[in-house]
Design a protein around this ligand. Structure first.
Ligand SMILES: NC(=O)c1ccc[n+]([C@@H]2O[C@H](COP(=O)([O-])OP(=O)(O)OC[C@H]3O[C@@H](n4cnc5c(N)ncnc54)[C@H](OP(=O)(O)O)[C@@H]3O)[C@@H](O)[C@H]2O)c1
Length: 335
């Protein structure tokens, strides 16, 4: 079977297509025939060696994929051959809070990832995918969607709340969709007016271009009068201070990404405003299952920006790096 590997060093120049033996499931294991994979910003960082410069190589990249169960080992009872499934991001984080051990079981990082025709997983490491979704749509869920779900729903989102999402990438667009599903009001920032228009079509109440109006925190406060209930923080240095100002007293910031890099932040306003600042690292299998239930009830459809064939994985990563995308980028393994 074919796979992409990062081999001999990091960087785009070390992405290679390889042939690997077809995996055979042992007791408690399953083989999934992967139909589609989606990209996350993390896959770009992993490829460049920024995410974990000590990651052992070769490594099959990408955490997110969906397909059907091709074979099962002895004792497997959670799935059967032919089931449509998606892999969970942390293979060992099934329920409850995250711990060191379960946190070190990530696909496409600690473990080989999903960018292969067939993958060997524990039967515990998958969830059934909503019936109304294609494999391409289902492949968008494991990292970005579960992260957005954890950020908002586990963060206490209520009907009528206000939510600020930064940018229009994978996590932020899922956050917008879940917030709308839950009956919240959503405000979006983006570097692109065209992307803001698309966000409004998806249900956002208003949008602001953070390139032309860098002090978007003032706008967020004006929109709501008191500041927003929840901020989906993907920016990092420079944006976190603004998010703290944009949040209402007693508000919640889900700290997800560091697109702009690391920095320092003044802790004083966090305590003076009693802001709940919560670090997010994707989510558990239970969160994924609860999210899938909501996706099914709401008949929610993930927003796919573009689908690339398997052979064009490096081009797909470059498309992500360009920042031109809106929502998710998918690799179709059947092409
Ligand atoms: N902690 C976790 O569990 C977790 C999980 C998933 C992702 N992440 C992190 O979250 C971030 C987003 O991931 P993703 O996969 O959604 O990435 P993505 O699809 O590549 O989206 C990135 C988008 O963020 C927006 N952006 C970039 N710089 C910004 C800034 N200074 N202020 C506001 N928005 C900005 C841009 O939107 P516009 O084009 O609209 O400007 C860009 O398209 C990354 O840092 C990633 O590593 C963390």
């Amino acid at each position: 079977m074919k796979a992409w590997i990062i081999d001999g060093g990091f960087g785009f120049e070390n992405l290679k297509q390889a042939q690997r033996p077809d995996p055979k499931p042992g007791p408690g294991q399953i083989v999934v025939r992967v139909r589609a994979v989606s990209l996350n910003y993390r896959d770009l960082l992993v490829t460049k060696g920024v995410y974990n410069p000590k990651m052992p190589l070769p490594r099959i990249p990408c955490s997110d994929g969906a397909g059907e169960v091709l074979a099962i080992g002895d004792g497997v009872s959670r799935v059967k051959v032919g089931d449509r499934v998606a892999a969970i991001f942390h293979q060992r984080w099934l329920a409850g809070g995250i711990t060191d051990i379960v946190g070190r079981s990530t696909l496409g990082g600690d473990l080989d990832g999903m960018l292969a025709e067939q993958v060997l997983l524990s039967e515990d490491g998958v969830v059934p995918v909503p019936e109304h979704l294609s494999f391409a749509e289902a492949a968008t869920l494991p990292c970005a969607a579960v992260t957005a779900w954890n950020a908002l729903v586990e963060g206490g989102l209520k009907v009528g709340d206000t939510v600020l999402v930064q940018g229009t990438g994978g996590v932020s667009i899922f956050a917008l969709q879940f917030a709308k599903l839950a009956g919240a009001r959503v405000f979006v920032t983006s570097s692109s007016d065209t992307k803001l228009s698309r966000s409004i079509e998806l249900g956002a109440s208003a949008g602001l271009n953070y390139r032309t109006t860098p002090d978007w925190e003032k706008w967020a406060r004006t929109q709501t009068g008191i500041g927003v209930d929840h901020v989906v923080e993907v920016g990092g240095a420079g944006t976190l201070e603004r998010s703290i100002k944009a949040a209402r007293t007693g508000g919640h910031i889900a700290l997800i990404g560091v697109l702009t890099g690391n920095g320092t932040v003044n802790p004083l306003p966090i305590l003076m405003k009693s802001i709940r600042l919560r670090g997010i690292f994707v989510g558990s299998r239970v969160m994924f299952e609860e999210m899938n239930r909501a996706i099914t009830v709401g008949q929610l459809r993930p927003v796919i920006d573009r689908v690339f064939p398997f052979t064009e994985f490096p081009q797909a990563l470059q498309h992500m790096e360009s920042g031109a995308h809106f929502g998710k980028i998918v690799i179709d393994l059947t092409k």
